[in-house]
Design a protein around this ligand. Structure first.
Ligand SMILES: Cc1cc2nc3c(=O)[nH]c(=O)nc-3n(C[C@H](O)[C@H](O)[C@H](O)COP(=O)(O)O)c2cc1C
Length: 198
């Protein structure tokens, strides 16, 4: 099949777009509100976009708390959402008021970051401490203002659970990251294959 993506005339029951761009890593973004309260939310429009220096991005559909806090405080942290933490990750996607500590709400433990103020998720084996760089606002369908913004930040510190490091390499099968597919579906990385480049 082919469909016009601007008209979004796929004719299916649900928009297949996100199922087609999958798996997507999940950035579990912690920030501090101006009131000092911890905000935590998952973003699957998330990725690493460069290595020298290291930058990551997440895309917010509407100016949600994570975007606002990152812009206002200049800092955010991305913890890795793993299979063991899937329930807690899902709980942090609830819409709650800015006075609610979402890390606490999900039964998680804050661990202090080293270079930025927002805490990381202690139970998560990997976290990136980030300095906010800039936001790119995407246009709407008619080239007017849109709803989505890409928030970019430079990774300034990385935490890795030593238990996931063996022979100088990170063993991703020990981390078991989860990834977002389409609909309400997820995948977990528990198997890896290797291809060397020609
Ligand atoms: C796995 C998962 C991935 C999500 N990815 C995104 C995303 O990429 N962009 C977005 O705007 N919302 C996304 N959401 C919804 C947000 O997590 C949700 O709106 C949350 O309440 C936003 O919190 P905040 O206002 O504290 O930033 C996702 C939810 C889940 C469960």
């Amino acid at each position: 099949m082919f469909y016009d993506a601007v008209a979004n005339s796929h004719g299916l029951q649900w928009d297949p777009f996100k199922a087609l761009v999958s798996p997507r890593p999940i950035g579990w973004i912690s920030t501090l509100g101006q009131n000092g309260v911890v905000n935590l939310a998952p973003y699957s429009f998330f990725n690493a976009v460069s290595t020298d220096p290291h930058f990551v991005m997440f895309s917010s559909g509407g100016r949600k708390d994570s975007q606002r806090n990152a812009e206002e405080t200049g800092e955010f942290v991305c913890s890795l959402a793993t299979f063991a933490l899937r329930g807690a990750m899902n709980r942090t996607s609830q819409h709650v008021g800015p006075e609610v500590d979402e890390l606490e709400l999900a039964g998680l433990t804050p661990a202090p970051s080293k270079l930025v103020a927002p805490p990381r998720v202690k139970e998560s084996p990997v976290a990136f401490e980030c300095r906010y760089w800039r936001t790119i606002e995407l246009p709407g369908p008619d080239s007017g203002p849109g709803a989505h913004s890409i928030v970019l930040g430079q990774v300034v510190g990385v935490h890795i659970d030593d238990a996931a490091i063996a022979e100088g390499r990170v063993d991703v099968t020990k981390l078991k990251p989860i990834a977002r597919l389409g609909y309400s579906d997820y995948a977990v990385i528990d198997e890896v294959f290797t291809l060397t480049r020609p």
